[in-house]
Design a protein around this ligand. Structure first.
Ligand code: GUN
Length: 283
């Protein structure tokens, strides 16, 4: 079997087009503020891309770049200002933060109505009880890509590799709410390959280059690769050995060009939704 490569750029383009059109009917454009602390090169690239897409969609966008030595109090003061700014509908603090900062406390300080990253305890709690509002962007993007394959998730066995708050945990909740039977594997799981071989849908979100080989995958499975790893030669690869697994799977996301563009598209969608809610004073 040779798997269909799921084109995340194409799916994201369609979503972005719909987001831009919906934004046109608002009184004022959605406002997004992205906060970057320090000079992590990968974060600088991600943040720049978010700004470019926000601009293309006609959003009001601001990037706040703070020095690596920013204190916890200084960062909280910036977020307080953005929480109170009526032109800002969405706030995203790019992670990871420098190690002297308490990321949990920072995320918790974002007003839940402006939590377009879906990472505050309020957003995570709503998702956990089956009332998702602002859903973390990468998991939401993965769900769109799975839907694009046409696979029926109801009763399917979905296996998630990784249990991070950004990807693994929330995507497990979304898959379960789509009526899949979900297994989460993590660093302490014994023989994860025995479990992944049972998966109809496999999500890899562990940050280990090419960990998932062809012998980890059931023939015909849908494989979503969330990993973005830089190899010694400077090239990018995912958590899945794409070429090998493509011989076994029915559909697979490439890296780059799979999940990455969807994460940004879902951030724009969340910002639109937050703006619509604020502009109509919906609870
Ligand atoms: N760094 C890597 N992924 C993400 C994400 O989804 N949100 C934020 N804020 N930072 C990230």
């Amino acid at each position: 079997m040779s798997a269909v490569r799921i084109d995340g750029r194409q799916v994201a383009k369609g979503l972005n087009r719909a987001t831009r059109e919906r934004a046109l009917s608002l009184t004022r454009p959605p406002g997004l503020a992205v906060v970057l602390v320090g000079e992590d090169p990968a974060s600088e690239v991600y943040v720049r891309r978010k700004g470019i897409v926000a601009g293309r969609l006609g959003f009001q966008h601001q990037q706040l770049t703070l020095p690596a030595a920013t204190t916890q109090d200084e960062l909280h003061a910036v977020i307080d200002t953005l929480n109170a700014d009526p032109s800002v509908d969405g706030i995203l603090v790019q992670l990871p933060l420098p190690s002297h900062l308490d990321s949990d406390a920072v995320l918790e300080s974002i007003h839940p109505d402006k939590d377009v990253d879906g990472l505050t305890p309020a957003s995570a709690g709503l998702l956990a009880i089956g009332r998702p509002l602002l859903v973390p962007c990468t998991p939401a993007g993965c769900m769109h890509l799975i839907e694009a394959t046409g696979v029926d998730l109801s009763g399917a066995h979905a296996v998630v590799l990784g249990r991070s708050n950004i990807v693994g945990r929330p995507i497990a909740r979304l898959l379960e709410q789509a009526n899949a039977t979900v297994t989460v594997c993590h660093s302490r799981t014994k023989h994860p390959e025995r479990i992944t071989r049972e998966a109809d849908v496999l999500i890899a979100a562990v940050g280990r280059p090419k960990m998932v080989g062809a012998d980890w995958v059931r023939p015909g499975a849908v494989v979503i690769d969330v990993g973005i790893n830089r190899l010694a030669d400077g090239s990018l690869c995912g958590d899945v050995d794409t070429d090998a697994v493509a011989q076994v799977a029915s559909a697979i996301t490439p890296v780059p060009g799979g999940v990455g563009p969807m994460t940004i598209a879902m951030l724009m969608r969340n910002t639109l939704v937050a703006s619509e809610r604020r502009q109509s004073n919906r609870p």
